[in-house]
Design a protein around this ligand. Structure first.
Ligand code: ASP
Length: 276
């Protein structure tokens, strides 16, 4: 709800979709419930590494960061790259670039919460790598359409619990976890990142629409079926050019919410679809 209101605060005064998804994801990163920013999951070394990306449907501008250790809001580091010569920055250089841009720097302990430490401690001596959508809030994302008809998408994550340090998932990959084109759709995805990368998930949905998928829900299902065939699971939120947002998932639970131009808010804490 807070994230929706943060997005609405931008949109209600004629603001842009790209700024609304940025604001919404900052709110989600700051909330310890979710696997992004404060409350991100732990890598095998007991520390968090953060990935995020954002795309502006007006102009194919995109920004992405991976394996951040110190920037409080990774989505802002990605946002900063929208107008930079580079699209994707990783590791300490990405942290330093964001710091030089004035973004808040925190010590690594900031990201850790007791719940995440406990989740990690259960499997830390194994090779197991887990997604935790079904027990708590996972990766976060937002899609928006503004009053000018512009679309945008943003996604942020701590990845998967007990992943190897240096592992990068779909959330940092434009075309896998995030995509936006004004003429087609905005997509923010979550799930077993490797399969979403291997199927170019978010871009596939846009391409299905480009090549004639009758409805955005069909396009999303085609892309998710491909993930499913590879043994992956997860879902996405989709914003069409017109009409209501759509949620597609093959996982059990996904927290979600939407807010329309009249200020009506819808939220769900179980595996319900945004449009019933
Ligand atoms: N897709 C993310 C990743 O693989 C994880 C998630 O969605 O929870 O890093």
């Amino acid at each position: 709800r807070d994230a929706l209101l943060a997005g609405e605060a931008v949109l209600k005064d004629g603001g842009l979709a790209i700024d609304a998804v940025h604001a919404a994801v900052i709110s989600l990163e700051n909330c310890p419930m979710f696997n992004a920013g404060h409350g991100a999951c732990m890598c095998r070394d007991g520390e968090a590494e953060l990935d995020a990306s954002i795309m502006d449907g007006r102009n194919h501008k995109a920004g992405a960061v991976a394996s951040l250790h110190h920037i409080k809001n990774p989505i802002s580091a990605a946002y900063h790259l929208l107008d930079h010569q580079h699209v994707l920055m990783v590791g300490s250089h990405a942290d330093e670039l964001a710091k030089a841009a004035g973004l808040e720097w925190v010590e690594r302990d900031y990201f850790k919460t007791p719940d995440r430490i406990q989740q990690w401690q259960v499997i830390k001596d194994s090779n197991e790598v887990v997604l935790d959508h079904e027990s708590s809030g996972g990766t976060v994302g937002a899609v928006a359409r503004d009053e000018h008809g512009n679309l945008a998408a943003a996604t942020s994550t701590g990845g998967m619990t007990n992943q190897l340090p240096g592992r990068v998932g779909d959330t940092a990959i434009i075309g896998a976890g995030t995509w936006a084109e004004n003429e087609l759709c905005a997509v923010s995805a979550t799930g077993t990142g490797e399969m979403f990368i291997r199927t170019a998930f978010a871009k596939t949905i846009a391409d299905e629409l480009r090549h004639g998928a009758a409805h955005i829900r069909n396009a999303g299902k085609i892309a998710l079926d491909h993930v499913d065939q590879l043994g992956g699971w997860g879902g996405c939120i989709l914003m069409p050019v017109a009409g209501d947002p759509v949620l597609i998932m093959n996982s059990k639970d996904m927290l979600c919410g939407s807010l329309d131009s009249d200020g009506n808010i819808y939220t769900a804490t179980v595996g319900e679809e945004l449009n019933g």
